[in-house]
Design a protein around this ligand. Structure first.
Ligand code: BES
Ligand code: MN
Ligand code: ZN
Length: 495
């Protein structure tokens, strides 16, 4: 879908559909005002009679509105003006995007960002609406191609604004691209998207963007580095593991990079600690961390941000066979620390610990790992927030702020020493499971033992990277949070 700017009046523009927001109790935005005047007060009358709905994310489609050259006007409710905030605005924009998708429109002209609220700027509102409309028109077609008669998603969206909105629109395009990449990877079934597929995908990213290089470590390379923990997870699968390393150099070569580490378990059967059928159904999404970091990497490379970023993806399948790692096995990780594997279904931390140790060689400014790590995080935060745990308060605050700013939100959970002893083992330096209490935190505690020398944050997107239900599928999160964080690090004007 193409995003562009236009600079004409809402009355004159020949459009398939104008898209305008109204709030309950707020002033009409300039384009609604214009329509109201041109129609002799018709807009206000429809509001009064409630033929135009103002409730949050409610949409009303009007045909042949008097005084407008456009064929249709889509009006989106923002709810009560005094309650309007970034998350509510985002919800309304997504609803507008979905309405356009479901009514098979090809293009539209959007004025959603005219509505003012809080401390937001019109550039931010434009960027957020462009991103939301793009996300709402995402379509998965790889294994279910469109039929001839099925409605197509929106082809192009035009946003009201002059050249001063160009950078906001470019950011929206890059963010949309990153989210889309992450979602596509997440939605692909595990019989297509295996570790080799993720490596291929990385190769296509490396060939598409400037200043990007790729290195893929094979199992022999990992064995030489002593990555026994990562390799133990992969041992029961006939698809070999890959450690995928994408490097983007947008600043001087000696500037410390931000290292993003992603859990890329392309299928998690649980291994010999086999999952139940119920719990295994969603496990193609277990590479959601890899998808999130690769999405953010794409956005960063597309924008050619003046920073250095390394993306390390630990890609493997967790399967049971005669070679598979067994409960009770003791592994020696690349760091030299030993791990008693009591549950082979706690495999994410096993691949990540070696990927985190490997990441230290880049002399990182910070390390941020993203992983669909625990069911406990889904229980704690549902599908709305990504769990955040960190050993550095500043980094944690920056990540939370980035998530709030782009409405891809995270919530911090404690990483206190108190949880540490749950991992004590009589047979090794640590166990890989900490029992039922605080499962998301003991998983993070495990990782923290491999990042003691680093400024490090862990994002658990087990709940936020996919959804069940009507809009089933991958969300691409937290590609947006990460990209916003990188934009902030790059010192790009806050919009
Ligand atoms: N990939 C799962 C976590 C998960 C669960 C992601 C639900 C998305 C939705 C992870 O590898 C896992 O199996 N974790 C176990 C850990 C336990 C054995 C300590 C879990 O959460 O049950
Ligand atoms: Mn698992
Ligand atoms: Zn897993």
């Amino acid at each position: 879908m193409k995003l562009s700017l236009f600079n004409e009046s809402p009355l004159q523009i020949e459009s398939e559909c104008l898209v305008i927001a109204v709030s309950d109790g707020g002033p009409l935005c300039p384009s609604a005002q214009g329509l109201d005047e041109a129609s002799g007060g018709e807009f206000s009358r429809l509001l009064e009679t409630r033929d135009i709905e103002t409730g949050l994310a409610k949409t009303t489609l009007l045909h042949g509105f008097k005084g407008a050259s456009a064929s249709r006007v889509l009006i989106v409710g923002l709810g009560k003006q005094e309650k309007l905030d970034r998350p509510r605005y985002d919800r309304a924009c997504l609803a507008a995007g979905k309405h356009l998708r479901d009514h098979a429109l090809r293009s539209c002209h959007i004025f959603l960002h005219e509505i003012e609220f809080g401390d937001t700027t019109s550039k931010w509102r434009l960027r957020q609406s462009a991103l939301a409309v793009h996300r709402a028109n995402y379509l998965y077609t790889v294994t279910k191609p469109l039929k001839n008669d099925s409605p197509l998603p929106l082809e192009s969206a035009f946003f009201a604004g002059d050249e001063s909105f160009r950078s906001a629109l470019e950011q929206a395009e890059a963010l949309a691209l990153g989210f889309e990449k992450a979602r596509q990877l997440g939605d692909l079934p595990a019989n297509i998207c295996n570790p080799a597929y993720l490596a291929q995908e990385a190769a296509s990213i490396a060939s598409l963007y400037r200043n990007v290089t790729l290195e893929v470590l094979e199992e022999e390379d990992m064995a030489q580095l002593g990555m026994d923990a990562l390799l133990a997870v992969s041992r029961g699968s006939s698809n070999p593991a890959k450690l995928i390393v994408l490097q983007y150099t947008g600043a001087a070569a000696d500037e410390q990079p931000t290292v993003l580490v992603g859990k890329g378990i392309t299928f998690d059967s649980g291994g010999l600690s086999l999952k139940s059928g119920q719990n295994m159904m969603q496990m193609k999404y277990d590479m959601g961390g890899a998808a999130g970091v690769m999405g953010a990497f794409v956005s960063c490379a597309k924008l050619q941000l003046p920073i250095n970023v390394v993306c390390v993806v630990a890609a493997a399948e967790n399967m049971p066979d005669g070679n598979a790692c067994k409960p009770g096995d003791v592994l020696t990780s690349m760091s030299g620390k030993t791990i008693e594997v009591l549950n082979t279904d706690a495999e994410g931390r096993l691949v990540l610990c070696d990927a985190l140790t490997y990441s230290e060689k880049f002399n990182p400014r910070v390390i941020i790992d993203v992983a669909t790590l625990t069911g406990a995080c889904v229980v704690a935060l549902g599908h709305h927030a990504t769990g955040l745990m960190s050993n550095d308060d500043l980094l944690a605050r920056q990540l939370l702020a980035a998530g709030d700013a782009i409405v891809d939100r995270a919530w911090r959970l404690p990483l206190w020493e108190d949880y540490r002893s749950q991992l004590d083992s009589p047979f090794a330096d640590m166990k890989n499971v900490g029992g039922m209490p605080a499962g998301a935190l003991t998983a993070a505690c495990f990782l923290s033992r491999f990042t003691e020398e680093q400024k490090w944050a862990h994002l658990d997107n087990a709940g936020s990277s996919w959804k069940w239900g009507a809009d089933d599928g991958a969300t691409g999160r937290p590609a947006g949070l990460l990209t916003q964080y990188l934009l902030n690090q790059a010192g790009i004007e806050a919009i």
